[in-house]
Design a protein around this ligand. Structure first.
Ligand code: GLP
Length: 274
């Protein structure tokens, strides 16, 4: 894992967007895995800016979203489909035919999940998967206890997740109890993974998944088994890491190496304050 500690949410967002931009420039027909939640909003904002001001081209990009609430149609303002349209897709030049968000209204759920997995395969697999993390350590909706080899399927949300996500709904009771979600095994097949987290509320879980044991209790810990993972944190989310100084040292030293320096320096260019 490459742990990149940034000063605040804005810098975390810009660094994450630069990693995504690099992927799109390197391979214009990239397949991106995308996430929802409060955390990636700044990253999406920066990608929209890159599209408008720098001409970052999404026309050949394909996307697959991680998850969707069961029972919410795309028109529902709390569906992840709606979230993605509002916060990214309608602001960039992506071809709607290349966008995939799981269908929360699917009737044959098992059949639909197999279809979703096949679509990812047919597209050539995910090049770069963006992830947030739930306060219980989940990635997508892979709640504690999910198999680390799991595939796209129906999951029952944990009570803590329902409480966390209630802030987006009028009442806690309105939060759906189920979701269709990529599995941990599906996520681990992405060629590169980028997990972002910010705020003190995520500090304990970040220490657990980065430095603790690989365990289904914290499904993000499975990322330790993946060879190419970037974890971009702000200071607050990094505050409980035992080896934070080492991660900072790695970033500093890497910049001194010619060759590699050109790979990492784009991440560390100062981020203009808004
Ligand atoms: C939801 C999503 C996750 C997301 C998590 C954290 O449960 N299924 O993909 O990472 O929320 O959300 P936030 O970024 O709002 O903290």
């Amino acid at each position: 894992m490459e742990v990149i500690i940034t000063s605040d949410y804005d810098e975390m967002s810009v660094v994450a967007a630069r990693i995504i931009r690099r992927q799109i420039i390197r391979k214009p027909n990239s397949v991106l895995g995308l996430a929802t939640g409060g955390t990636p909003l700044g990253t999406y904002k920066e990608l929209i800016r890159m599209h408008r001001e720098e001409g970052l081209d999404f026309s050949k990009v394909t996307t697959f979203n991680l998850d969707e609430y069961l029972g919410l149609p795309p028109s529902h303002d709390q569906s992840y489909n709606y979230f993605m349209q509002e916060n990214l897709f309608k602001h960039i030049n992506i071809n709607p035919a290349n966008v995939h968000v799981p269908n929360g209204m699917a009737e044959d759920i098992d059949g639909y999940c197999t279809w979703y997995e096949n679509e990812i395969r047919k597209a050539g697999g995910i090049d770069l998967q963006l992830l947030g993390i739930g306060s219980d350590g989940h990635i997508a909706f892979n709640e504690p206890g999910s198999s680390l080899g799991s595939r796209t399927r129906l999951k029952t949300l944990a009570e803590s997740t329902i409480k966390d996500n209630a802030r987006f709904f009028a009442r806690e009771n309105d939060v759906p109890r189920f979701a269709i979600t990529m599995g941990v095994g599906t996520i681990l097949e992405a060629r590169e993974i980028l997990l972002i987290a910010n705020g003190e509320k995520k500090a304990a879980v970040c220490a657990e998944f980065i430095e603790g044991p690989v365990t289904a209790r914290v499904t993000a810990s499975a990322l330790q088994l993946h060879p190419r993972v970037y974890v971009v944190l702000d200071e607050a989310a990094a505050s409980k890491l035992e080896h934070a100084d080492y991660y900072r040292w790695v970033q500093q030293e890497k910049q001194k190496l010619s060759g590699i320096a050109s790979q990492v320096s784009f991440l560390r260019r100062p981020v203009a304050k808004k």
